[in-house]
Design a binder for this molecule. Structure first.
Ligand SMILES: [Ca+2]
Length: 328
């Protein structure tokens, strides 16, 4: 949920470390695309080159690729590696205050929304946690929303952290699922953005013209830490785009990381779209300590156009948050 990282960020997933899986996924037609560069995004979304391929040729090609690069990641075989150690299924009558804290007020990045602990902004409905972002004058702010975290109550070192959720949509909306290290101030503590999305038709964001390859159908993964001088460093913005104009608000998806002493891998459903190594560099020690979990919806203070009356209120539906450890 940090803004400044994007100025240094890039649109390359995996930092070139896992090119073969990326190659497979870009042509797998499983419902989305890993955006590895501006050029690739252009090919996939504007020219529609992959979509225009003859389906028979594509099927042959896909079969060949699958035979060369067997399934990995979130396949049933891979799932068997994990043991559930904690979850909140949000199936109870109310938000569990023994697990979740609220942030109250204007908290970060000069965002315009006022976070509250009111029932108007977060509640349990049909087995989901709902974060509702509203346009209303409250405590001098033009919008309200909610931000919940497990600081001091639940924290985890390594493992698979996942959420099944349906995201809000619309101009300037900014839902997130992320972690921060328990010890040390930011950015030394380390931050893992498991999922962020900047919605709507973005004409400008972070002072840049153009949509920056973002919108209601693109979710991102990122990492933040401190260099040896304590200065903030971003691991770059990994992006995953749904095909055919689909929005992340249209359906539930699973947003996850798999994190160990060596690195962090990001997943959108079963697609591994970004990897980042944390094993060798002392400045990444923030990722070798327990992290707590955060979920929130902000409104981007820099996205233009800003939120409009026809897109609010918006709801972020979280079916569950689950944490697994790797079986030994
Ligand atoms: Ca549930």
């Amino acid at each position: 949920m940090c803004v400044s990282f994007v100025l240094k960020g890039n649109s390359r997933a995996a930092n070139g470390l896992f090119l073969l899986p990326l190659f497979r996924h870009r042509f797998s037609m499983k419902g989305g695309a890993v955006i590895t560069s501006s050029e690739n995004q252009h090919v996939m979304s504007r020219k529609g080159t992959a979509v225009k391929l003859n389906s028979f040729v594509l099927a042959i090609f896909f079969a060949l690729i699958q035979s060369v690069f067997p399934q990995e990641a979130n396949s049933p075989g891979a799932k068997a590696q994990w043991k559930l150690v904690w979850s909140d299924e949000f199936n109870g009558p109310a938000i569990d205050k023994s697990v979740w804290n609220y942030e109250i007020g204007l908290i970060r990045n000069k965002e315009p929304q006022y976070y509250t602990d009111r029932a108007e902004n977060s509640y349990i409905e049909n087995g989901t946690l709902v974060i509702e972002t509203r346009m209303e004058n409250y405590q001098g702010a033009p919008y309200t929303s909610a931000s919940l975290n497990t600081r001091g109550k639940k924290a985890f070192l390594y493992g698979r952290i996942e959420m099944r959720a349906k995201l809000p949509k619309g101009n300037a909306i900014w839902p997130a699922f992320w972690t921060m290290g328990e010890e040390g101030g930011w950015p030394r503590c380390g931050e893992i953005d498991i999922m962020e999305m900047w919605g709507g038709e973005i004409e400008e964001i972070w002072g840049r013209k153009g949509n920056n390859e973002l919108g209601d159908g693109v979710t991102t993964g990122c990492i933040h830490y401190a260099d040896e001088n304590g200065k903030h460093v971003s691991g770059g913005l990994g992006k995953y785009r749904l095909h055919s104009g689909a929005k992340c608000a249209d359906a539930y998806h699973i947003y996850a990381i798999e994190w160990d002493a060596d690195g962090v891998k990001w997943f959108f459903d079963d697609v591994n779209f970004k990897n980042f190594k944390i094993d060798t560099d002392a400045k990444r020690q923030g990722f070798q300590q327990p992290h707590f979990i955060l979920v929130n919806t902000a409104i981007s203070p820099t996205a233009k156009p800003g939120p409009t009356t026809d897109t609010l209120p918006q709801k972020y539906y979280i079916d569950y948050v689950r944490v697994y450890e790797r079986k030994r």
